[in-house]
Write a protein that binds this ligand. Sequence first.
Ligand SMILES: O=C(O)CCC(=O)C(=O)O
Ligand SMILES: [Fe+2]
Length: 394
Amino acid sequence: MLSTLTTSGFADTPATSASTTFTSIPVVDLSQAESPASKATFLAQLRYALVVVGFFYLKNTSMPKNVRDNFVQKSIQLSELPLEKKLKIDMVNSKHFLGYSQMGREKTARITDCREMFDFLTPLPAPGPEDPVYLNVQGPNQWPDEEDVPGFREAVETYLEEVGKLGDTMKVLVAEALDLPANAFARFFNTPARNKVSVLKYPVPSPAKPCSVANDEGYFQGVGAHKDGGFLTFLLQATEHAGLEAQNKLGDWIPVPPIADTYVVNVGRSLEALTGAVCTATTHRVNLHPQYFFDANKRSLGPRYSYPVFQTLKLDLTHEDLTSLRLPAHIQDLVKDDKIKSDAEAFFCRFHLQSPGQGIFTARLTSHPNVGRRWYPELTEQILKAQKEFNEGS
Ligand SMILES: O=C(O)CCC(=O)C(=O)O
Ligand SMILES: [Fe+2]
């Protein structure tokens, strides 16, 4: 059952307990946060979204339409370049896991994902030799040649700055929704914040040349069941395709279809850790059926393009830092009897609880083993072995 909301929080239904789950994704209107008359309603809806769902659509954001549209247009141009141009910035050349990951290289839960990606990060220096190895998930970007996609770098940097502003706004509102001081999360972030965008393309499935093995019902794994690692993710679904799904606490998969002019925002493992799991890092996946690539009139929609931005905490926070926040008792009480069914790999939990950097680095070694083997061969073999043993229960 879905809770009804009151301006003071959840209605007095069992919605406050984790035994209640969601069957649709709420829409939250950011413009309501700007007026004192509607802010309490906004915060109650946000609280529900963070605690019960872990996923929501955010509308009326500060993102300038021209910045977003320019970013999307240039990103599609990049994705459509011939393979040899894209391979000039192959991720395997970057010990920071930045740049292009071609189709068939990425794995989630040890199964190949049917997508290609380019990752670009807020400008941040590479770590020094004395720093922990996991800090290598930051460093210089690999940019395509300016003549291949003119204006691409500027479009991405401007877009990341704007999503960064939205992220700064949201981290204050998340604190307020949990009845914490507005600046409660500030000390966990770098200034400026660390954000990474993935430029994703899910090509039209080709029966003649399948990207991976389809399941019995004909679905391909666009990206397998997982939880995001960061604080919040701001996902722009740039095309009309169905396929994104969030898993509720009973284990059912709930569609998250695109809604024009919204972001899909979801809770990552770091926000879950900071709130002692009061906020839920909801498991999600992109499950692709060849039918999703056609509209109602049977016209091809072409590839699916989507663009998540992962808002990340300071990478070197410790377990003590991550567990240092005290939530008010009435907020902690919102989640009881926590039995959550998730198809995401539990293997990663302990790494994300050690430090955000350790969590992200470990996930990268397993999702991009070709990059891991090139730069961190011993560590990669160790982690892949541990992942296999964990999953096989040995
Ligand atoms: O493509 C999407 O809609 C979601 C992608 C995603 O969940 C991810 O890359 O973490
Ligand atoms: Fe994700």
